[in-house]
Design a protein around this ligand. Structure first.
Ligand code: ADP
Length: 280
């Protein structure tokens, strides 16, 4: 679904490579999490998946980015919008400013594409049910909670049925309740088979909802593997990314262990095994 090969990128008027020779693939239906310190290139990478890099930002790019069979570099923004949806940190930036109800806001993109009203109705019904927004359809989008707003923002992108959804720190402005709502939405996308890439600092939640984690540090892809394999690596502490608290706690108990759990569920299982093997 996503194939990136040797992606290297430099912004205009700069000599710093912000993405350095990145190669990775994301399968259809996969949920890939991206972590990395501030300035690592995570947002730039998200922008490269939908063509903002290089078509909006310009700069110097090499390598290839293929999304849903289309070359981002050789294509243009209008074309890429049909394949990739991008959700930003602040839901309010995503809103049209022209609509007074949630359902109108969600339908706005379809309206612009001239989609017929029966299809529009069907799509809005589907996405509001999927993201738990059915009861909010008549509400003013600007009077919702942060978590509700972000779900509306996700819905307004998802309603266009992109093959790939990219979420760039979608919970950074949200409280724990709003964050939980967004992760429930991500779980719904997963069940629906949407290919999702998500940049997120809340690592415990990320590892629970992603099949693989990519670690970006200073423009380089340092690791790309299952959460457990990524955070079991000896160099994980040097990346400047948060390590799941369960992994840290388990490592303290069993420093010699080759692999650490990353979620509460895995940790409970591992502790059971640990206790059995150390009993007596
Ligand atoms: P992250 O999302 O991991 O915090 P970014 O992709 O935002 O990282 O930024 C990566 C690097 O690119 C940083 O050094 C940042 O200063 C630089 N950068 C980001 N946007 C621009 C831009 N529009 N022009 C020039 N440099 C930029």
């Amino acid at each position: 679904m996503i194939r990136v090969r040797g992606l290297t990128y430099t912004y205009p008027n700069s000599d710093k490579q912000v993405l350095k020779n990145i190669t990775l693939e994301v399968e259809r239906g996969e949920t890939l999490g991206i972590v990395g310190p501030n300035g690592a290139g995570k947002s730039t990478f998200c922008h490269a998946l939908m063509g903002l890099v290089p078509h909006f930002y310009h700069g110097t790019i090499s390598g290839e980015v293929i999304v849903n069979g289309v070359s981002v570099v050789q294509s243009h923004m209008g074309e890429m919008c049909r394949h990739v949806g991008l959700v930003f940190q602040e839901p309010i930036h995503q809103f049209s400013g022209a609509k007074l109800t949630v359902e109108e806001e969600i339908a706005f993109g379809l309206e612009n594409l001239g989609v017929d009203s029966a299809t529009m109705q069907e799509r809005v019904d589907w996405v509001t049910a999927l993201l738990g927004l059915a009861d909010l359809r008549r509400r003013n989008p600007y009077e919702l909670s942060g978590g509700q707003m972000q779900r509306v923002a996700i819905a307004s992108v998802l309603v266009l049925k992109p093959q790939v959804l990219v979420l760039d720190e979608p919970t950074s402005q949200l409280d724990p309740a709003g964050t939980a709502e967004v992760f429930a939405a991500i779980e719904a996308l997963r069940a629906e088979g949407v290919t999702t890439v998500i940049v997120e600092h809340k690592v415990e939640l990320l590892v629970e909802h992603c099949s693989r984690i990519a670690v970006l540090v200073d423009g380089e892809l340092k690791a790309l593997d299952t959460p457990s394999r990524v955070f079991s690596r000896a160099d994980a502490e040097h990346w400047g990314v948060e390590i799941p608290r369960y992994s840290r706690a388990y490592r303290a108990l069993d420093p010699a262990s080759e692999s650490v759990p990353t979620t509460l569920h895995e940790t409970v299982e591992r502790l059971r095994d640990y206790e059995l093997s150390h009993r007596g």
